[in-house]
Design a protein around this ligand. Sequence first.
Ligand SMILES: [Zn+2]
Length: 282
Amino acid sequence: MPELPEVETERRRLAERIEGRRIVSARIDDARLTRPEDPALAAAVLTGACVTEVGRRGKYIVVHLDDGHALLVHLRMTGGFRYAPATHERAILELDDGARIAYRDTRRFGTWSVLEEDDADRLLAVKNGPEPLGRSFTAVFLAGRLAGRKAPVKAAILDQRTVAGLGNIYAVEALWHARIHPLRSAGDLDADEVADLRDGIRQALRLGIRRQGADLGDGAYAGGTMQNEFRVYGRTGEPCSRCGTPIAKAQVAGRGTWFCPTCQAVRRSSRRPSRSRRRSSA
Ligand SMILES: [Zn+2]
């Protein structure tokens, strides 16, 4: 399931080919993609439009068009763009430079919505909290979202309105970076821990983007290498790269959740030196 780094990688590849180009023909072969809208109507809006910019908001790719519309693409499980003929093609865009771009989706959970820009903005704002790599994702904002919540912190950070773009993989990686046990109650984190969590989320995502996401071998996001650098995800029993303790696995809200029982102890034995003290002594 693509998360922010995989979606961002798809966005960059698409932007390279489509920005500044005119869509001379659009064909949508799978009605599920645009449901409940008619795929022929969506294709008609896309045809003839010029792509001004390809952006991203959370896990959405946002294709801005020069006629005031935007195409929102959510890849869900296995969606992605292909630049050579592929199996499971669900839609085809032909560009004024002769390029052919296919949207491929094996599992068919992905969605395309063609909306007016204002409606697209509203929808994206309702679905997504701040961009984790942007300025508005502050420790203060995150603390406000976690305050008073009994849910495990791992479940809380999967809520796209708390932080946009995280899924199971980067949530567990972020918690390892932050040294926070995934089962702790979200509302129990102190201010230092929330700041560590914010930093951990950013660290995990930045690394994922640098590695062009994770290729989990299903052919959906080929080319990424993040899977070789997971610190905890899927690594049950392997030594923690920080302390050597075997990585443990638990279930949180029905999802596999990996962590280091030492670095991410449920109870931190004593009060750690404060964040500022740790920094000054480093
Ligand atoms: Zn460890």
